[in-house]
Design a protein around this ligand. Structure first.
Ligand code: 8YV
Length: 317
């Protein structure tokens, strides 16, 4: 019996591809470049992690599609409603990336606060010939105030880590989270007060209509001049042009971004010139163990969908 066919949006590393091989035949995404390919009707599943838009127009070209399995938790690139109305199941990998993304949030926070990247460059440069106590003064992390926007699974993991750094922790969320207030000693704050008070503002929200452009000029102007913005969520949550102005005009002290809008930034983008910005290439969940966890969950969702069973982790609109 032949295996069901799926489309993969970007090449998967071999160790993940191998997990799919017993279950399906992988077809190239470039099949979609052909306007009228008969092979499109044979496609039963999509395995996505390249953040290509998966919307109604594309779905209409795949009349026998059963499942869209996302390698990752954020499904902002998938039109879940369009899938639901066509009876196509959508799966993601909740929980698989919480700890690693929170680790990355702290790495970005510490790197920006303590000039780790600038310091690394300087320490390797010809300019570093003698110790100078006035070199690269940073911001203190312990004893400072962290504002977490989005107290979901990742936000809570960030709070847990920040407690170990003796930070005061404010959070803002659509709903108050009394349990976290009790167990993690976090304080609920109105959005604007959090922005005005926090030394470090960490974005840990999914990208939705409500969070797109959440941090733009007015919000950046509310933040402290000695504050740092950290984004390990999704690029479009922050207005890149406003952030550039904020960083060049000193509205805030620095920023650390694992995600950007657009992503990647064009190589001549003005943000890339700034030394008070730390950037990583969307590697918040990039550990081997996390990739394996995500791969297992994405495969299980895919296989369940191909067999027309409920997905272990199904996204509902
Ligand atoms: C993924 C992520 O690596 O899970 C998410 O939402 O952003 C990352 O963990 C990325 O989405 C690649 O698919």
């Amino acid at each position: 019996m032949s295996l069901p066919k799926i489309l993969l949006d970007i090449p998967l590393p071999d160790f993940l591809l191998e997990t799919l091989e017993p279950h399906c035949e992988v077809l190239s995404w470039s099949l979609l470049d052909e306007p009228e390919s008969a092979a499109l009707a044979s496609v039963r599943g999509i395995y996505t992690y390249g953040h290509d838009e998966i919307g109604g127009e594309l779905l209409d070209r795949l009349p026998n599609l059963l499942v869209v399995s996302n390698f990752g938790v954020g499904v902002d690139h998938i039109d879940v409603e369009a899938c639901a109305s066509r009876g196509i199941a959508v799966g993601n990998t909740p929980g698989a990336v919480d700890g690693v993304t929170a680790d990355m949030t702290m790495a970005l926070l510490l790197a920006a606060a303590r000039n780790v990247v600038t310091g690394d460059r300087f320490a390797r440069s010809p300019g570093f010939t003698r110790y100078d106590p006035s070199e690269l003064p940073g911001l203190e992390v312990h004893g400072s105030t962290l504002g977490i926007i989005g107290m979901g699974r990742i936000g809570k993991e960030v709070a847990r880590r920040a407690r170990g750094f003796d930070m005061r922790i404010l959070y803002h969320n659509r709903n108050r989270d009394l349990e976290s207030e009790e167990t993690l000693a976090v304080e609920y704050s109105e959005f604007e007060s959090l922005l005005r008070e926090a030394h470090f503002v960490s974005l840990n929200v999914p990208l939705t209509e409500e969070t797109e452009g959440l941090i733009a000029e007015p919000e950046l102007r509310m933040m402290r001049e000695d504050s740092v913005l950290i984004n390990a969520a999704r690029g479009p949550v922050v207005d890149s042009a406003a952030l550039h102005t904020a960083l060049t005009e000193g509205w805030i002290a620095g920023a650390a971004l694992d995600v950007t809008e657009p992503e990647p930034l064009p190589r001549d983008h003005p943000l890339l010139e700034l030394t008070n910005l730390v950037l990583t290439p969307h590697t918040g969940s990039a550990t081997l163990r996390s990739r394996l966890r995500m791969g297992e969950m994405a495969r299980d969702n895919l296989v369940a969908g191909l067999e027309e069973r409920p997905l272990p982790n199904q996204v509902h609109k």
